[in-house]
Design a protein around this ligand. Structure first.
Ligand code: HEM
Length: 453
């Protein structure tokens, strides 16, 4: 049975608890104690009736298919937590890179399908972190692998096969990029219902690739699940500025629109191996929440171009699903000309090709050295053309009033590999086969190979 991430399965412990309470339990179930227990995710102890911190929910068995023309984690529903990790590739030649791609494919298959961890000789380290126990539940995990521009340097002989628009992210005027949070040879986006599922997956991949990958940076984030209300359209989760985020996102379930906006097709003039992939743009954007919380509501709404309470556009409409009509407000009397949504999507015929598919997560990292909350947006978006997508939108946003409250500090651009077609296939196979067809794998010069035996 498939469930949406906002409908966590009822865990055995909760079912047992409610089912086993009997008459006394019926009273308890109606009591504030039980209500508090249910809300807080804690269970009353069977003997004492005291609330303990035993969790009521386990990791779910919800499974997202990982095989197909495209990788999962882009148009598949966004679950409650995400992690973007960027790596240096340590592989020294093309055969080692192939070993890395095959290994990643194997780990993705196991981690996203779930199953029992192998039991190893106790004299050896255990097979996994143990974070999820001996049985790995899939928990809606998706693992999406993308390549940075630096992977197409001269190490693997891939330069001639670089996607047309793949480039290193450059600073925009409002950026304060921290070099330790930028770029990378390879990114892995993990999405799952719970953070420990993607942390287990990240640790699994790190453990299995000591000679092939080295972690450069990572950022985790969450989005609150928004329960569906019968008879009403779905509502978008709020970001850390308190606004609904995702209202005007293109419909990821609309396969034809995704073929135009997100997936690279054969008509785009990209290298043949890249068909079925997508451009991934990542930005770690700090929010100055203390300053935002002291800004008048009407100013916040003018900056965003939407009402804060329900997300409706400023030019009218009942809720966040109303479509603004800027043509009837040419001087910005209702929606300022420099409002975030108006710059991001002016809704003209000319800017329709700049639509992007956003998949952001909110992050909260602790406290800065100057005593401010380090909170923000792990902004991730996908598009079939990086220039027409993220870069065109960001250039229009450069100088927007929202900049007083945000500061991009990291991120990078990556090319998301096409999907793994079947169990005989592996991630990156088309790229490496194309490379072999152009030129055999470069071998290391004799002087680099160390002393001979
Ligand atoms: C911390 C930074 C940001 C915040 C707080 C933020 C917030 C929002 C909010 C509240 C909306 C309106 C609801 C919606 O349609 O989703 C929105 C829309 C949008 N944002 Fe952002 N955003 C941020 C950064 C960015 C960046 C970096 C880009 C791309 C370069 C971007 C592109 C868009 C687009 C394309 C829309 C939809 C506009 C429409 O079609 O009406 N945003 N954003």
């Amino acid at each position: 049975m498939s469930r949406t991430p906002s409908q966590p399965p009822q865990s055995p412990s909760r079912r047992r608890l409610l089912g086993g309470l009997g008459v006394a339990g019926a009273a308890l179930a109606a009591s504030p104690l039980a209500a508090a227990a249910t809300r807080a995710g804690a269970a009353p102890d069977a003997d004492t009736g005291h609330v303990t911190d035993a969790p009521l929910s386990a990791h779910s068995d919800q499974h997202v298919a990982w095989l197909g023309q495209h990788q999962a984690g882009i148009t598949t529903p966004r679950p409650a937590s995400g992690l973007l990790a960027s790596f240096y590739v340590l592989a020294e030649d093309r055969p080692a890179l192939e070993r890395l791609f095959r290994l990643l494919t194997d780990r993705i298959a196991f981690l996203t399908e779930g199953g029992d961890e192998p039991v190893l000789d106790p004299k050896l380290p255990p097979a996994s972190s143990g974070l999820l126990g001996p049985h790995i539940s899939p928990d809606a995990l998706t693992i999406t692998v993308s390549l940075g521009e630096s992977l197409f340097d001269d190490r693997f002989g891939l330069a001639a096969l670089k996607p047309l628009h793949l480039q290193q992210m450059r600073a925009h005027p409002n950026d304060a990029l921290d070099a330790s949070l930028c770029h990378g040879d390879l990114s892995i986006q993990f999405c799952a219902n719970t953070p420990d599922t993607h942390l287990n997956a990240l640790r699994d991949i790190i453990k299995n690739t000591p000679d092939l990958l080295s972690l450069a940076w990572k950022q985790e984030g969450t989005v609150p699940p928004v329960p569906a209300v019968r008879g009403q359209p779905p509502q978008s989760a709020r970001n850390f500025l308190g606004f609904r985020d995702g209202s005007a996102n293109p419909d990821a379930a609309d396969a034809r629109q995704m073929d135009t906006l997100v997936w690279v097709g054969a008509e785009r003039g990209e290298p043949t191996w890249a068909v079925g992939g997508s451009y991934q743009a990542v930005r770690i954007i700090r929010n100055f929440v203390e300053r935002w919380d002291r800004t008048p509501l009407q100013e916040q709404e003018a900056i965003m171009g939407r009402r804060k309470a329900d997300g409706a556009p400023l030019d009218g409409g009942r809720d966040e699903h109303a479509v603004p009509d800027f043509s009837r407000d040419p001087h910005g009397q209702r929606t300022p000309m420099d409002a975030h949504i108006r710059l991001a999507n002016p809704r003209t015929a000319d800017t329709a090709r700049n639509l992007i598919l956003r998949r952001p997560f909110n992050y909260s990292n602790g406290v800065t050295r100057s005593g401010q909350l380090d909170m923000g947006l792990l902004f991730i978006c996908y598009q079939a053309d990086l220039e027409q997508g993220f870069l065109a939108v960001q250039r229009r946003l450069d100088g927007e009033p929202l900049e007083e409250y945000i500061k991009p500090v990291g991120g990078g651009f990556f090319y998301t590999l096409p999907g793994v077609r079947d169990r005989g296939d592996w991630l990156g196979s088309a790229l490496l086969q194309a490379a072999d067809a152009v030129a055999p794998a470069p071998t290391q010069p004799a002087s680099d190979q160390g002393p001979s035996a």
